[in-house]
Design a protein around this ligand. Structure first.
Ligand code: PMP
Length: 343
């Protein structure tokens, strides 16, 4: 799709214009935007009573967007803390409402999710928020929490489109684009329409879901090139066979890597098995002094970006949709060699 974008960069489908030269109000760009939304809806099976918004400010912008759009001042909301990104969402929400942390996986050092059925939403909570996949910790919810009538809100940034998701279980799903959707900066927010219309008056228009829904996400000049690129990625996912096929690919990739880690006495993954992420696989070597040599030798072998997040160290393989199984196999082969030389 990058090659497709390259081939269309100066002349989009014979229009004589680059996408970045088009007015966002032009029929050409309006068709690009509508096509991307239609693809998103069909891939994820988004029901008609949900709006699909293409917003700016990344997932971080939505950390504020969620409380501002869903609650009045003086409200409370329930949050689940499964790690670094939950904490950021919680810190931002605290600026606007009373956050009740209903589960905190501190005891397991954020290597787990709450047991299914254990989450209780306190009376009066406007919604329950959780991080579907903790990108840094490599912790992914294997189930959708049950919250009855209380809207369920999730940050799906690092797992969206990696496998099917039952959108109808959620009030709001938001996802920064840069993992499985396209360029950073853009964020897709899927919101059940009955939750629109309640934004606080002081909500910045740019993160006001109602205002954005009414303006087809074009309250200002949107990031047109990014939006177009997301459309291309969605087309690619479609060509791969949609989310069922993506899930098969991603399951096979994850099984290959976790299998190699579990099958060795040298590598380890700290995450409880049922909560292991399909997208982000953190792993450790027995001696932290070997981390730097590992990352360096891997980079020399063409395997880049394997250093763990600066906040936790260790190693981490992010194996998003775009990573083919051959890439994971190359990593596993490298890990086997490295263990032979250093084990
Ligand atoms: N949530 C999760 C789960 C993430 O992984 C990230 C980015 N890595 C963010 C939120 C923040 O996204 P952004 O940088 O687009 O604001």
């Amino acid at each position: 799709m990058l090659e497709r974008a390259q081939s269309e960069l100066t002349d989009w489908r014979g229009s004589g214009m680059s996408v970045m030269e088009m007015s966002h109000r032009s029929p050409e760009f309006v068709s690009i935007a509508a096509e991307a939304e239609a693809r998103m809806r069909s891939l994820l099976g988004v029901p008609d009573d949900y709006a699909v918004l293409f917003l700016q400010g990344g997932a971080t912008g939505q950390f504020a967007g969620v409380p501002l759009n869903l609650t009045a001042p003086g409200s409370s909301a329930a949050y689940v803390n499964t790690g670094a990104w939950s904490k950021k969402a919680i810190a931002e929400a605290r600026r606007y409402l009373d956050v009740q942390v209903v589960a905190d996986e501190k005891e397991s050092n954020y290597s787990s999710v709450p047991a299914q059925g254990s989450l209780e939403v306190p009376a009066g909570a406007a919604y329950l928020h959780y991080t579907l996949n903790e990108t840094i910790g490599g912790v992914e919810f294997p189930y959708v929490p049950e919250t009855g009538d209380v809207p369920l809100v999730t940050d799906a940034s690092s797992t969206i489109l990696s496998r099917p998701l039952d959108v109808s279980r959620f009030g709001v799903i938001y996802a920064g684009a840069q993992k499985n959707l396209g360029p950073s900066g853009l964020v897709v927010t899927i919101v059940r329409k009955d939750l629109l219309g309640t934004a606080r008056p002081e909500t910045p228009s740019m993160i006001d879901w109602t205002a954005m829904a009414e303006a087809d996400s074009m309250l200002n000049t949107p990031p047109t090139l990014s939006w177009y690129l997301v459309g291309l990625v969605l087309e690619w996912v479609e060509q791969q066979g949609g989310l069922t096929a993506m899930a098969e690919r991603n399951r096979a990739k994850a099984e290959l890597l976790y299998g190699a880690i579990d099958g060795s006495d040298f590598y380890s993954n700290p995450v409880q098995k049922e909560a292991r992420s399909w997208m982000n696989v953190p792993f450790l070597v027995p001696d932290p002094a070997l981390e730097k040599p590992f990352v360096q030798a891997a980079a020399e072998a063409g395997l880049s970006g394997l250093g763990g997040h600066r906040s936790v160290g260790g190693m981490r393989a992010s194996i998003y949709n775009a990573m083919p199984i051959e890439g994971v196999q190359a990593l596993v082969d490298f890990m086997t060699d490295f263990e032979k030389q250093n084990g």
